[in-house]
Design a protein around this ligand. Structure first.
Ligand SMILES: CC(C)(COP(=O)(O)OP(=O)(O)OC[C@H]1O[C@@H](n2cnc3c(N)ncnc32)[C@H](O)[C@@H]1OP(=O)(O)O)[C@@H](O)C(=O)NCCC(=O)NCCS
Length: 201
C-alpha cells in the first residue's frame, strides 16, 4: 500500500516547551517507528526516502535498521517525534557511517534535527566512526543546512547532494553551540543492538 501518508491535516507545533527525551530504539519499537514515518507529510516522506516506497519495503527497512544500525528516537511525552539513524558496514568503508533523519513534519525547524545530529556524533565516536555521510536530494534545503551546521560541504554527485561530516570537527562545532556533554548516555554500541525498549532518559 502506498500513500497512507498523503493527506494529513497540518498541526504546526509552536515551541519545544516540553521535555525532550532521547533513547536508543530497539526491535520492540518497530511499530512506533513505523507510525512516526507515516506521520511525515508527503514532501518530507519523499525527502526521507528519496522517493516513495511501499509499506512492505518500509517494514523491512525498519526491521533491518533496528537490528543493524544505531537508531535514536526523540520523544515528547510518549510521542516519538524524531528519529536519527547511523548505519555502518556493508558498502561503507571502515570508519564511515551513513546518517538518516526524520523529524515529524509539524515539529520541524525547532532544533530537533540538531539535537539528534549531536547524539549521532556522540554515538559515532563511541563506535570508532570518524566520518558521517549525509546524502539527500538537492532540493532538501533543511537537510543540507543541518549538515552544513556541523561542517559538511554538500556537493552535487549524480542526482544527489552528498556531504561528509568529520566527527571530531562536528563535535567541536556542536560544543561551540551548546553543551554537548548534557546529552544522555544512549548505549549506542553498534555491536549490541537493544532487543527491547531501552529506559527513557
Ligand atoms: C532535515 C530535517 C531532519 C531537519 O530537522 P529540523 O528539526 O527541522 O532541523 P533543525 O530545526 O535542527 O534545523 C537545523 C538547521 O537547518 C536550518 N533549516 C531547517 N529547515 C530549513 C529549511 N527548510 N530551509 C533552510 N534551512 C533550514 C535551521 O535554520 C537550522 O539552522 P540554524 O540552527 O543555523 O538556524 C527535517 O527537516 C526532516 O526530517 N525532513 C524530512 C526528512 C528528511 O529530509 N530527511 C533527510 C534525508 S535522510
Amino acid at each position: 500500500m502506498l500513500f497512507r501518508f498523503l493527506f494529513k491535516p497540518r498541526e504546526p507545533q509552536f515551541a519545544l516547551d516540553g521535555e525532550i527525551r532521547l533513547r536508543r530504539l530497539g526491535h520492540s519499537d518497530a511499530a512506533i517507528f513505523c507510525v512516526h514515518i507515516h506521520e511525515l507529510h508527503y514532501e518530507d516522506f519523499r525527502d526521507r526516502f528519496n522517493g516513495l516506497v511501499s509499506d512492505e519495503w518500509l517494514d523491512k527497512y525498519i526491521d533491518r535498521s533496528l537490528d543493524n544500525a544505531i537508531v535514536i528516537g526523540a520523544f515528547i511525552g510518549d510521542h516519538l517525534v524524531a528519529v536519527a539513524e547511523l548505519h555502518a558496514g556493508g558498502y561503507l568503508a571502515e570508519g564511515e557511517g551513513e546518517s538518516a533523519f526524520s523529524v515529524a513534519s509539524d515539529w520541524r525547524r525547532k532544533g530537533l534535527g540538531t539535537i539528534l545530529l549531536k547524539a549521532l556524533l556522540k554515538a559515532a565516536t563511541e563506535n570508532d566512526i570518524s566520518t558521517i555521510i549525509v546524502e539527500t536530494g538537492p532540493q532538501n534545503h533543511a537537510m543540507k543546512a543541518l549538515a552544513r551546521k556541523f561542517g559538511a560541504k554538500m556537493r552535487f554527485t549524480g542526482d544527489q547532494s552528498v556531504g561528509r561530516i568529520n566527527v571530531a570537527e562536528g563535535l567541536r562545532l556542536a560544543g561551540r553551540r551548546s553543551v554537548i556533554k548534557s546529552l544522555p548516555a544512549l548505549a549506542t554500541s553498534l555491536a549490541a543492538t537493544p532487543g527491547g525498549a531501552q529506559p527513557a532518559i
